[in-house]
Design a protein. Structure first.
Length: 331
């Protein structure tokens, strides 16, 4: 190899290294100046009014004050949340487009549908915002008053217990699948078109049970039209103080939450991720926020990006096993 060729090779390598270094400096400088006065779009992949939607709007004023910019919610519903989630996964990784996704978007849908992105690889976790544990609800006409009695009844009457959900592949559907998997008690799934019709179905006695969040059902428990048997989470909930958690009942592996977490497109600068996580954690520590969300049967979380990522990996493993064992596949 002649001297002139070697000189060209070294020159090209030096130029490449310089360009790479310049790119890093440019990215770091942009992250250091983030956010500017450009508004930050938070994509919620479901229609307005859900618990995640309400939770974010509750902390939004605190975030805007902490970061000195504006946020706005963009509800992009459709395809079980996959439309909005896909849009964020493909968005520029500049910190101005975020996903406020639910349990399905992060750890369930990837095993139910043919998806064009991997939520564990194509999204950068920021923090889990809130958790709304599912509650085991039954119609009072069912001859059971405790979780243990319900489990025993379902085993003894395999064709008599139907449970409803807002549709196939939703958290309430998979909550019922997990219940059967962990307890050995068979249930029959009856999908409805939305949560409200499913709740009305169990209230009317058309179906016998449902695995559903407290925000839409605690009122029925108070007036005796539904019976709450167990909180599918680690602790009791404020709207249902007399209902034990599955942890209390000795079944911690039955925890199912319709939780909501914030993420950004993969390759978003870690500095931006840390700023967002710190601002959200600060907002979630506000007593007024904690109190307001607790009344809805929702608990604030605000874990670190690393802890959120680890949780996503753990839950994805669990749900992959459950979904594959039940042979659930959706189009």
């Amino acid at each position: 190899m002649n001297k002139q060729l070697l000189t060209k090779i070294f020159t090209c390598r030096a130029a490449a290294i310089s360009l790479a270094g310049l790119a890093v400096l440019t990215t770091s400088a942009a992250a250091a100046g983030w956010p500017t006065d450009k508004p930050i779009r938070v994509v919620v992949p479901y229609s307005a009014g859900g618990s995640g939607d309400v939770a974010f709007r509750t902390i939004q004023p605190y975030l805007e004050k902490a970061l000195g910019t504006t946020f706005y919610v963009d509800n992009k519903s459709g395809a079980s949340g996959n439309i909005g989630a896909t849009e964020v996964a493909r968005a520029p990784a500049d910190g101005y487009t975020l996903l406020l996704g639910a349990t399905n978007n992060y750890v369930m849908n990837q095993f139910l549908f043919r998806m064009s992105f991997d939520p564990l690889k194509d999204l950068a976790p920021i923090t889990m915002v809130v958790n709304s544990p599912l509650v085991v609800m039954v119609n009072p006409a069912l001859p059971v008053k405790t979780f243990a009695e319900f489990t025993a009844y379902a085993k003894q009457n395999p064709d008599k217990v139907n449970f409803g959900s807002p549709g196939p592949g939703t958290a309430p559907h998979l909550g019922g699948v997990l219940f059967s998997s962990r307890t050995g008690a068979p249930l029959t799934h009856v999908p409805y078109r939305g949560a409200s019709p499913a709740v009305q179905g169990v209230v009317a006695g058309d179906i016998q049970a449902m695995f559903v969040t407290a925000d839409s059902t605690s009122g029925y428990v108070l007036n005796g039209r539904l019976r709450a048997l167990a909180i599918m989470g680690p602790t009791r909930l404020a709207p249902l103080p007399d209902t034990p958690s599955v942890t209390e009942l000795g079944m911690p592996d039955l925890k199912v939450g319709n939780w909501w977490g914030l993420s950004a497109p993969a390759k978003t600068d870690p500095t931006i991720i840390k700023k967002l996580a710190a601002a959200i954690q600060g907002a979630l520590r506000q007593p007024a926020v904690v109190e307001q969300l607790a009344k809805l049967g929702t608990t604030t979380v605000g874990n670190s990006p690393a802890d959120f990522a680890a949780q996503l990996a753990r839950e994805a493993t669990v749900w992959r096993t459950v979904i594959e064992a039940a042979k659930i596949k959706l189009e």
